[in-house]
Structure formats: structure tokens, C-alpha cells
Design a protein around this ligand. Structure first.
Ligand code: GDG
Length: 484
């Protein structure tokens, strides 16, 4: 009997392609999803399908991508898109409609009909690629908001494999979701998956409420841990699987990092440049904090790293300008020749520096307006091995549904409340800090990334990571990808 392999689909492959002097180089990017799936993929006969981040896929690059995957022990397969498809599918439907709306930013949406056409077209394209590569028993795990329609097209093209879907971003309530002109098609598309997974119970509730109001004849039986839906003779499972991190990696790396040359208390922010991350609200609350608590002048510094966003949309340029303006305003108003209140790092920190900041910062400030999960708070706790830090966490991050007891929760819209909670974090007694941090670390260690992958795979396919076939010494890449 043919073995069941794991077939992963994400919009973008977890790689970074560079071209220098007409020579390509390809590296696997150390993003969250790779880490999450590494154990299930590594040296197993898994295939990962996605767009390579460039439209210029030639034979040489394709080969290089295959070889890069091979080194990691799994097959990477690039999907080709035209520039128009890329623009209307990524910038248009995915990041110009779903991303802002699902993160409660309806004013940023543009419901252009050509975006919808591209979304359908690219979902169909992915279905055709999968059809070519999939074997009868493969289990297909699809990731994120780019693929609501994919399982329907897979069925239409005769692919009958089991499919599981995980949404990495929040699911909105009906009032927001109903704005989408193609709302019924999106829900009906999703209902072709065998399992649909969310980060939180709130997301699941929102999804079920939308189904209940929009889909005639649907039967929903809310049950823990897995809810069952019956629709058109099919049973669809819905579950809650809060994603996590590789706790051991952060915990053990933190033991090796060099100490920071610290002159004052550090408040740390690690974010991608995105309007969902609450960066402007954070700076405004910090400004208020400095106004209200002058005793902290010269004694604290907000270190805020802002990693660039690959999404090229006007909202991001605008955000960068506004953010940088506010940094200068705060530093100009409160700073002295010896003290810069906000240390803004424009760009990605290398991993070692990131871990050093996690270990030695007194407070980590996670301030999203809305976030599916947000892994930064979990990483901070895992690397805070001296157990003397405090996590300041927005109640609108998925992580708050798990960490609410031991983090200090904030409403990022409430600037006064946030400034006061920051004050509480900075003045908290050592025994309180260590008690809270111990509890956070215990929870994150128990519910780590392996817990997450296994919980999803078990619910979707009744399989665990170790059930997937291991590769022989010589990786038969061409055979796996059925290439000539
Ligand atoms: C989505 C959902 C959900 C950031 N700056 C630097 C850096 N990072 C790393 C962090 C962390 C990751 O980026 C960001 O994690 P998020 O959880 O915020 O992820 P998103 O990219 O928003 O993605 C989110 C996630 O999917 C998983 O389901 O949690 O809600 O939006 O790992 O460490 N890493 C380094 N330098 C930086 O400057 N090295």
C-alpha cells in the first residue's frame, strides 16, 4: 500500500530567493510555520507547495529550490504566478480585503471584482498543481486565508484526499464578515475541508455564527474538543488549536547569549511593520506614561524593533511615516544628551540579539489591535530564563486567551489604562514577577509547537508526526515529485 505523506500548502514557500550577478541563491527562511512543521516534515517524504516569492521561475531556480528543500529533508515545489495574478491575488484579495477585514480594519478594504476573479483563478491553479503531485493516500494540510476555495476546486478536479485547514489570522464576527460581496462563496468553499482549525474559541464562535446566519440547511453541533457540522451530506470538523513555539529552542539558546550592557530598565517591542500590531497606539501610550510618571525619566528605554513587511501597500508606507514621526516627537520632547526614550530599530534583529533582548528586558510589550495569536510573548517567556520579566499583552491578541492569568492584559485603545499597566509592570515586586513568569513558561513548555502540530494532525487525519513515512538515506526527490 502507498504510504500517507504529508502534503503542505501555503501561499508562499518558506524560502528566501536572492539574485546577485545573475546567480540565484535560495535559503529556507526561519519563519514560524517552518519551525512548526519541521518535525512533521524533516527527513520525511513530505511535499510543500507554494509561490516562491518571485515570478521569474526558470529551470535553474526550480532546481535550486528543489535542492534547498532536499537539504532540509523535504520537497519544496514552487507554483508559478503571472504578475497580474500575484498583484490581484496577494495585494488585492488576500492582503487588501481579507487581511484588513479579518483584523477589524474595514476602512482599509477595497472590494474590487478583479481581486475576486484572481482569488478564484489562483485557488484553481493551486488545485491543478496539487492534482499533478499528490498521491492517493497523501494528507493535505492547507494554511491560511489565501485558500478558502481550494478544497472545492480539488474536489472538482477529482482529488479526494483528506484535507485539513488552519487559519493563522482571526475570524471576524458576522457584522464584519457580511461586508464581503462573496461571503457565501467563501464559506461554502471552506465547507469542503474535512477539518477547519482556529487559534481561539472566539474565532470559532465567529465562524459558526457566520455559518448559522448565512448557510441554509447547515447543522452545527458545538462539542469539545471538536465541533461537528453537517452540510450537504458531509461532516466537517471544527477545532481550536492555539499555535505555539519551540520552547526548548528559545530556552536553551537563552542560556548561551551574552549579557546586554544595560544602563536602565528595558521595555521591549518586537513587531512586523503592520497596522494590526498597534505600533502607533503603543507610542502614544508610552508618551502618556512619560508625561504621567516623570520619576521614570532616564530610567527606562523602549527598544522597538520593526521588521519590514513584504506587503507593498500604501497603508504600510503611511504607517512607517507616522511611526517615525512619533518616535522623533517623543525623543525630541523627553530625550536628553544621555537618554533616548525610544530606541527604534528599523529592520530585523538577528536571532542572537533577539534572544538577548528577550532574556534581559524587564518588560515585553505586545500591543496588537487584533492578532491571530502573536508568538512574540510566548518567545519572550521561553527565553526569559531568569524569570524576572513581565509580559504586557493586548487582550486582542489570540495569545491572551491562553496567557491572561499571568501576563498583564491591556486594551491598546485605552492609552491611560495602558500607561498605568506599564507603570505596574515596572514596579512589580520580584516574587510576583517570578511567580507569573514561571506559570507562563510552564504553560508554553507544555503546549509547545509539537503539541500544536500533533493536536491538529490527530484531529484532521488521526495521525501523529511520527506516523509519517521517513526517508531513506538517498532522498528520491524526483520520484516524490513525480518529475521526469
Ligand atoms: C501570523 C499571524 C500568528 C519579528 N521581528 C523579528 C523577528 N520576528 C519574528 C518573531 C516571531 C515572528 O517574527 C512574528 O510572529 P507573529 O506571531 O506576530 O506572526 P505573524 O508574522 O504576524 O503571522 C499571527 C502567526 O501567524 C502564527 O500562526 O501568531 O497572529 O498574524 O517569531 O520572533 N525575528 C527576528 N528578528 C526580528 O527583528 N529574528
Amino acid at each position: 500500500m502507498e504510504k500517507e505523506r504529508l502534503f503542505v500548502v501555503s501561499a508562499i514557500l518558506p524560502i528566501h530567493v536572492e539574485k546577485k550577478d545573475k546567480q540565484y541563491s535560495v535559503k529556507v527562511s526561519p519563519g514560524g510555520l517552518v519551525t512548526a512543521l519541521k518535525q512533521a516534515l524533516y527527513k520525511r517524504q513530505a511535499i510543500w507547495l507554494g509561490w516562491a516569492g518571485t515570478n521569474q521561475i526558470n529551470k535553474e531556480l526550480k532546481q535550486l529550490i528543489l535542492e534547498t528543500g532536499k537539504k532540509e529533508g523535504f520537497a519544496l515545489y514552487p507554483v508559478s504566478l503571472t504578475e497580474e495574478e500575484r498583484k490581484n491575488f496577494f495585494d488585492g484579495f488576500s492582503n487588501g480585503i481579507i487581511w484588513p477585514l479579518f483584523h477589524t480594519f474595514p476602512a482599509y478594504t477595497r472590494f474590487e471584482p478583479e481581486y475576486w476573479q484572481a482569488y478564484k483563478k489562483v485557488n484553481k491553479k493551486f488545485a491543478n498543481y496539487i492534482k499533478k503531485l499528490v498521491s492517493k493516500n497523501d494528507l493535505i494540510w492547507v494554511h491560511d486565508y489565501h485558500f478558502f476555495l481550494l478544497p472545492e476546486y480539488l474536489k472538482e478536479s477529482g482529488v479526494k484526499n483528506k484535507t485539513g485547514f488552519f487559519l493563522h489570522i482571526p475570524f471576524p464576527n458576522p457584522e464584519l464578515f457580511f461586508k464581503i460581496p462573496w461571503r457565501i462563496e467563501l464559506l461554502e468553499g471552506l465547507l469542503h475541508y474535512d477539518l477547519i482549525g482556529f487559534h481561539t474559541y472566539i474565532d470559532r464562535k465567529n465562524f459558526l455564527d457566520c455559518l448559522d446566519e448565512l448557510i441554509d440547511g447547515i447543522q452545527i453541533k458545538v462539542k469539545e474538543p471538536i465541533t461537528q457540522i453537517k452540510y450537504k451530506g458531509k461532516t466537517i470538523k471544527v477545532g481550536v488549536f492555539p499555535i505555539s513555539i519551540d520552547f526548548e529552542k528559545y530556552n536553551s539558546f537563552a542560556k548561551q547569549v551574552k549579557s546586554l550592557d544595560k544602563k536602565r530598565k528595558l521595555i521591549l517591542g518586537i513587531d512586523r511593520l503592520d497596522y494590526t500590531k498597534g505600533l502607533i497606539h503603543k507610542l502614544r501610550a508610552f508618551k502618556l506614561f512619560l508625561e504621567k510618571y516623570p520619576e521614570f525619566h532616564c530610567k527606562v528605554q523602549l527598544v522597538q524593533a520593526v521588521a519590514p513587511n513584504i506587503k507593498k501597500l500604501p497603508e504600510y508606507d503611511q504607517l512607517k511615516i507616522e511611526f517615525e514621526h512619533l518616535v522623533s516627537e517623543i525623543n525630541g520632547k523627553f530625550g536628553t544628551d544621555r537618554w533616548t526614550p525610544v530606541r527604534y530599530i528599523a529592520g530585523r534583529l538577528d536571532f542572537e540579539k533577539l534572544i538577548a533582548y528577550y532574556r534581559y528586558s524587564d518588560v515585553c510589550w505586545v500591543n496588537p489591535i487584533k492578532d491571530g495569536m502573536n508568538l512574540v510573548g510566548k518567545e519572550y517567556a521561553a527565553a526569559n530564563i531568569d524569570e524576572n520579566g513581565v509580559l504586557l499583552l493586548s487582550e486582542f491578541a489570540g495569545a491572551a486567551t491562553e496567557l491572561y492569568k499571568d501576563a498583564l492584559l491591556i486594551n491598546p485603545y485605552d492609552l491611560e489604562g495602558t500607561a498605568y499597566t506599564l507603570y505596574k509592570a515596572l514596579t512589580m515586586k520580584d516574587n510576583q514577577k517570578s511567580k507569573r513568569m514561571k506559570n507562563l513558561r510552564k504553560h508554553i513548555q507544555k503546549y509547545d509547537i509539537n503539541w500544536w502540530s500533533n493536536a491538529f494532525l490527530e484531529a484532521a487525519f488521526d495521525r501523529k508526526i511520527e506516523d509519517f513515512p521517513v526517508l531513506e538515506e538517498d532522498f528520491p526527490l524526483h520520484e516524490i515529485l513525480q518529475l521526469p
